[in-house]
Every structure is written in structure tokens, then in C-alpha cells.
Design a protein around this ligand. Structure first.
Ligand SMILES: Nc1ncnc2c1ncn2[C@@H]1O[C@H](COP(=O)(O)OP(=O)(O)O)[C@@H](O)[C@H]1O
Ligand SMILES: [Mg+2]
Length: 296
């Protein structure tokens, strides 16, 4: 069988020089939308498409952002939330995105993970430029490639722990090289509780099952937005320990958002977000264990 050689397409951006800033931003958003309908399918089929002249290095990085901006539009008002983000994330690392409330952490995570669209720039995730994927293709990409954990666990209440995890498993495209459900439940320390329903579990246990659900599709990348935000100290540490175990055991890239500087000490890399920009990126030579960080 011959595999198609991916094409590399450079989109030439027009110069936007509207006198009115609002008009210019609208032009940029319109341009991004036009290119999306033109290139979304090609990207999903494996072609590399850039609006910023950049070619992603997929051997080294799972994620690369170039000049990413996002504005929220409410009526006639455009609010800038991401104001030009460049970022490279290496495979198999534990990344913590840290910043004060309202700084744009959730928006950044959502655009990287394909839950939300950017307005300008390139977001390469596993080589796919998510900035130019239309909604249905973005959903397909997410379903097949990435896992999510949210602050609220979002389990289905009429399904057992095991059945909730199977929902994730059925979405996977990688049928080979899969993490087995039994192995996953061992990793989260709940192999004896697979038949419990959500109402029979503590918040911490429900969050662990939501991790199992995310892992069941063997994602390359696991995203969490304040995954310990609703948990007490003991359960919070346990969840963080499990995330570190997952990184070590399955080589999954883990990216979590927090406003708690203590939690950032467990990351291999800490990305500081401030006012819609990356303020600082630090590598921890010796990340702390979740059991060794301060809590509160
Ligand atoms: N859907 C939206 N519409 C308009 N503004 C939004 C929307 N979502 C977030 N924002 C604004 O974007 C900024 C960043 O929000 P967010 O990414 O949630 O920050 P964080 O997660 O760091 O608290 C905030 O000022 C927020 O009010
Ligand atoms: Mg947030």
C-alpha cells in the first residue's frame, strides 16, 4: 500500500490595512473562515497548511502555535483574549499553564485542544492546523486524538464507572496499542470499583473515572482545565499523582491549567499566562512530587 505524501501548503495572507481597527479584525476573522472552508478537508487528510509560513516539526513537538490571536465578539464589540501566542510543546512532557483568573488560560487551552476556534494564526496539533478546521472536522479530530478532564467530572449518571470509561474507548480510532480498561483502572487505583455508579463515588473517585474515560481512547495528549479545582487536598493530590503516573507509564503529553502556583511545581514546564500573552516559560529541572507540594 502506498501512503499519500503530505502536501505543504503556504497560504499568502493579504495585508489588512483598514483604517478602522474593528473593520481590520473583522477582515482577519473573515479570512480565517474562508481559508477554513477551502483547506479543512485537506488538513484532515494529512496535508500541512500554514498561514504564517511555518512548518511544524512533528518529530519533536506535539503542539506548535504561531501568532495565535483570539477575539470574542459580542455585538459590535471585539474583546481581545489571546494577543499573539507563540508556543512549542514537546512530546511526553507534563505542562502546567499558570496564571491569574481572567488571564486567558481556559481560552488558550480550548484553542489548543480544539474545543474553540482561534481568530488568527496557526495551531499545529500533531501536525494538523486546528485554526483551519471546520467544526465537524475539529470534533472528529478531538474525538480521535485528545482526552479531556474538566473541573466538574461530567460522568453519565446512569452508567457505571466501567461503562463511562467505555464511552471513551468506543471513540478511539487506534484499535491497536491501546491501554486496556483493566490496566487503566489499576492506574487510577479503582480496579475494585468498576461497577459503581457515580452517586456511589466521592468527587475524587468520579474525577479519577473521568480520567479513565479520557485515557480509554489512548490519547496522545490529555488536557485538564483546573482538574483538581473541585477537590479537597487529599483527593487533589491523588489526582495529580495519577496524572504524573500516566505521563511516566504511557508517555502521554499532559497539559493542565491552574491558578495555583503550588501545583505548577509538579510540571516539567510551566507556562505563565498574563493578559492574553505568554509572560514566561520555565522548565523545572526537578519537578516536585504531588505529595511534596504545599496545598492551599
Ligand atoms: N465567551 C466569551 N465571550 C466574551 N468574553 C469571554 C468569553 N470567554 C472568556 N471571555 C473573556 O476572556 C478573558 C479570559 O477568559 P478565560 O480564558 O476564561 O480566563 P482564565 O481561564 O484565565 O480565567 C476574560 O476576560 C473573559 O471575560
Ligand atoms: Mg479558566
Amino acid at each position: 500500500m502506498t501512503e499519500k505524501i503530505p502536501e505543504f501548503v503556504v497560504i499568502n495572507k493579504p495585508t489588512f490595512n483598514e483604517s478602522d481597527e474593528f473593520k481590520e479584525l473583522k477582515q482577519k476573522i473573515k479570512f480565517q473562515k474562508q481559508q477554513t472552508s477551502k483547506f479543512s478537508k485537506k488538513i484532515l487528510l494529512g496535508d500541512i497548511v500554514t498561514t504564517t509560513d511555518n512548518k511544524p516539526d512533528t518529530d519533536k513537538y506535539v503542539i506548535e502555535l504561531f501568532g495565535v490571536r483570539k477575539w470574542y465578539q459580542t455585538g459590535d464589540i471585539l474583546t481581545p483574549v489571546l494577543r499573539g501566542v507563540d508556543l512549542k510543546i514537546e512530546k511526553g512532557k507534563f505542562i502546567v499553564i499558570l496564571g491569574p483568573s481572567g488571564s486567558g488560560k481556559t481560552t488558550l487551552l480550548n484553542t489548543i485542544s480544539g474545543l474553540d476556534k482561534s481568530s488568527e494564526g496557526d495551531i499545529f496539533v500533531l501536525g494538523n492546523n486546528l485554526s483551519l478546521l471546520k467544526d465537524s472536522h475539529l470534533t472528529k479530530f478531538r474525538r480521535e486524538n485528545v482526552g479531556f478532564i474538566f473541573q466538574q467530572y461530567n460522568l453519565l449518571s446512569n452508567l457505571t464507572a466501567k461503562e463511562n470509561a467505555e464511552v471513551g474507548e468506543n471513540l478511539s480510532k487506534r484499535k491497536e496499542n491501546k491501554m486496556s480498561l483493566v490496566d487503566i483502572f489499576k492506574t487510577i487505583g479503582m480496579e475494585d470499583q468498576m461497577n459503581k455508579y457515580p452517586h456511589q463515588m466521592s468527587g475524587g473517585q468520579q474525577q479519577r473515572v473521568s480520567i479513565a474515560r479520557a485515557l480509554a481512547k489512548s490519547p496522545e495528549i490529555l488536557f485538564g482545565d483546573e482538574p483538581t479545582g473541585a477537590l479537597d487536598e487529599e483527593m487533589g493530590r491523588r489526582v495529580l499523582e495519577i496524572l504524573v503516573d500516566i505521563k511516566n507509564k504511557y508517555k502521554t503529553t499532559i497539559i493542565i491549567v491552574t491558578h495555583n502556583p503550588n501545583i505548577s511545581e509538579i510540571g516539567d514546564t510551566v507556562i505563565h499566562v498574563k493578559n492574553g500573552l505568554i509572560d514566561d516559560i520555565r522548565n523545572n529541572a526537578n519537578p516536585k512530587k504531588p505529595s511534596d507540594i504545599d496545598w492551599s
